[in-house]
Design a protein around this ligand. Structure first.
Ligand SMILES: [Zn+2]
Length: 167
């Protein structure tokens, strides 16, 4: 069971528009959200809603923009609240993978995926293909940020852009 304290803590968390995949909530957060540090991707000043805000709005957003097909109108909320929701587990695995990969020791992507796979399998969770995981990682962190954490030289395209701005 989820306790009231856990629910309150979750409600206070911020979620930015970068972290929302669904088109309509994403657009609304970008338009109406307040700037704050996202609790999920840690972007410091992106337009965001608290989970509580989103909870209050989500039903209306979905009612307005989506045809309801589910018999469980609250399934979205249940997934967010449940620690065992597939999205939450996957998100945690991805965080773990990101933390592993973005070390100055520069481990290879394949090695990190292998490690997280072992962990996932020991918990009875199937993880997506390495390529899918990479795509999701790139959605959460951009190239320069990954390079920075890994102590790698910055990507060429970015350096070129800096050079152009200097002129
Ligand atoms: Zn975010």
């Amino acid at each position: 069971m989820t306790s009231q304290v856990e629910v309150d803590e979750l409600s206070a968390k911020r979620l930015c528009h970068y972290c929302v995949g669904e088109k309509f909530p994403k657009a609304e957060i970008r338009a109406e959200g307040r700037c704050g540090r996202c609790s999920y991707c840690a972007r410091p000043g992106s337009k965001s809603y608290t989970i509580g805000d989103l909870e209050n709005r989500i039903e209306e957003i979905f009612e307005t923009h989506y045809v309801r097909t589910s018999d469980h109108p609250n399934s979205w909320k249940v997934t967010m609240l449940s620690d065992r929701g597939p999205a939450a587990i996957e998100r945690r695995l991805l965080d773990q993978l990101a933390a592993d990969y973005m070390r100055p020791e520069r481990p290879s992507w394949a090695a990190c995926v292998r490690r997280v796979k072992v962990f996932a399998e020991s918990h009875g969770v199937a993880i997506p293909h390495a390529r899918t995981l990479w795509r999701r990682l790139c959605k959460l962190y951009d190239g320069p940020m990954i390079a920075l954490y890994r102590d790698e030289p910055l990507p060429v395209w970015l350096l070129r852009r800096f050079a152009a701005n200097d002129r």
